[in-house]
Design a protein around this ligand. Structure first.
Ligand code: GDP
Ligand code: MG
Length: 216
């Protein structure tokens, strides 16, 4: 009984996600679902994207948080269009929440829509919201074993950003071990090692994004 209820919820979510995806395609918008634990650096990455890509791509962000509009304010200050969803306790965004927020965006005037999911390494990976790609961050302070302990998000994502690499001298994180763990659960995952503090690795990430937007 419980199993069939969960299946029904996921099937309903997938239907709405499909509709979102069709809406994105009709309007020529490329959509990314950006996920990570709280504090891995998603909003900082979006601020960097605003600075570096804002002139080349028309970018909007849907911010998912349990509470507050802080992240929407930060990305708006970085020059991006921003819509905030407060989930009131829910640990992830679902396709219906994203659909509701689309009314506040002029999709036809966008190239790229990034959905910053609620900070959580587990639940967001279970719900598609209509995105073309999933990307995730794991910071070097979280431990190189996390792909093996929380495999689903790594399996679902096409790109992994290993973030805060400026901290590598201060933490015991073996970058090669982390990459190997990620590839154990998802051999095809694209990996970028980045720091928004020093700018290292951001160029490669931005080039990949530009490539993806051009070929959805
Ligand atoms: N050392 C370092 N700290 C970072 C970096 N990127 C973000 N942070 C810090 O990590 C904290 C959380 O960042 P935020 O972007 O809010 O993460 P989010 O919760 O995933 O959106 C903030 O204090 C940031 O300044 C980075 O590249 N290096
Ligand atoms: Mg954030």
């Amino acid at each position: 009984m419980k199993v069939s209820v969960v299946k029904n919820i996921l099937a309903a979510n997938d239907r709405i996600a499909q509709e979102n995806r069709e809406l994105f395609d009709r309007n020529g918008v490329f959509a990314i679902n950006l996920m990570s634990s709280p504090g891995a650096g998603k909003t900082s990455l979006l601020e960097a994207m605003g600075r570096d890509l804002g002139q080349r791509l028309r970018i909007a962000v849907i911010e998912g948080d349990i509470q507050s509009t802080l992240d929407a304010e930060r990305v708006a200050a970085a020059g991006l269009l921003a819509v905030q969803i407060e989930t009131a306790g829910a640990c992830h965004l679902d396709a219906n929440m994203v659909r509701s927020s689309l009314n506040d965006l002029d999709l036809a005037a966008l190239d790229l829509l990034v959905v910053e999911n609620v900070g959580n390494l587990v639940c967001p990976a279970e719900f598609t919201v209509g995105e073309h790609r999933k990307a995730m961050l794991l910071s070097v302070t979280e431990g190189e074993d996390k792909p093996l302990k929380y495999p689903l998000m790594f399996q679902e994502s096409q790109a992994l950003l290993i973030s805060k690499i400026d901290l590598l001298p201060y933490v015991r994180c073996d970058l090669e071990k982390l990459k190997a763990a990620a590839r154990t659960v998802n051999p095809g995952i694209r990996i970028f090692a980045v720091s928004t503090y020093t700018g290292e690795g951001l160029g490669e990430w931005h080039n990949w994004l530009l490539e993806q937007v051009g070929h959805p």
